[in-house]
Design a protein around this ligand. Structure first.
Ligand SMILES: Cc1cc2nc3c(=O)[nH]c(=O)nc-3n(C[C@H](O)[C@H](O)[C@H](O)COP(=O)(O)O)c2cc1C
Length: 202
């Protein structure tokens, strides 16, 4: 009995600290946040090889994305790559006015690049709304400003190249992208411009 109580306490403690993040099961802490592993900022496939491999993959398995890949994908999309807070993608006048969400089994999470963490935005499993891939990134930007789409284009290309470099399959879609716009409580004038689904090619 004492044993069972200890195991339950440990499980509760691990859940509260958000550890382990789990491949596609981000455990929410009390503040509904989950830390990501530090992204890899070196190594990887040579850029020209990744460009040669880049393509859309529409059929992926349900196998969860690893924590490491999740962190690297988010960093490629919208991470901070310099001490002055600038990012892996350029933005007009450095406005940095975009948002990236991760649709996982555990919910829909906003990427907080400065904290290298996820913040729970919607507590539902919305994967089926985006074709059922284990991970879909949603790129939100100002819909009333032509630069919004440009910023999103930079994000999905960075992510597509990362996918090509590690053998993940991905496809960007505008059809069905807006299913969560109201639930996500986006800033005024923002919309999800593209949904980017990612998984292991079947
Ligand atoms: C902005 C954008 C929107 C897209 N929307 C869709 C879509 O709604 N559905 C879809 O199946 N593919 C979509 N695609 C993927 C394209 O169909 C695909 O990139 C194109 O056929 C070229 O194939 P490739 O990516 O393998 O080079 C989209 C691509 C882009 C860049």
């Amino acid at each position: 009995m004492k044993h069972i109580v200890s195991i339950l306490c440990l499980a509760l403690l691990l859940g509260m600290t958000g550890f382990p993040l789990g491949p596609a099961r981000v455990a929410a802490g009390p503040a509904e946040t989950a830390a990501l592993p530090k992204p890899d900022m070196s190594g990887g496939m040579p850029l020209m090889e990744a460009l040669a491999k880049r393509r859309s993959t529409r059929t992926v398995s349900g196998e969860p994305i690893s924590e490491r890949d999740l962190s690297n994908l988010l960093w490629a999309a919208w991470g901070i790559n310099r001490p002055d807070g600038k990012r892996t993608v350029p933005t007009a006048r450095n406005r940095q006015d975009a948002r990236v969400f991760a649709v996982l089994e555990s919910g829909v999470w906003l990427y907080d690049a400065a904290a290298n963490a996820l913040v729970k935005a919607v507590d539902i499993d919305a994967r089926s709304r985006f074709g059922g891939a284990p991970l879909t990134l949603l790129y939100a930007a100002r819909a009333d400003d032509e630069t919004g789409g440009m910023h999103v284009g930079s994000m999905y290309q960075n992510v597509a190249l990362y996918c090509a470099s590690v053998g993940l399959g991905d496809v960007v879609k505008i059809t069905g992208r807006g299913g969560l716009d109201s639930a996500l409580k986006l800033p005024e004038g923002y919309k999800i411009l593209v949904a980017h689904s990612i998984g292991r090619p079947k």
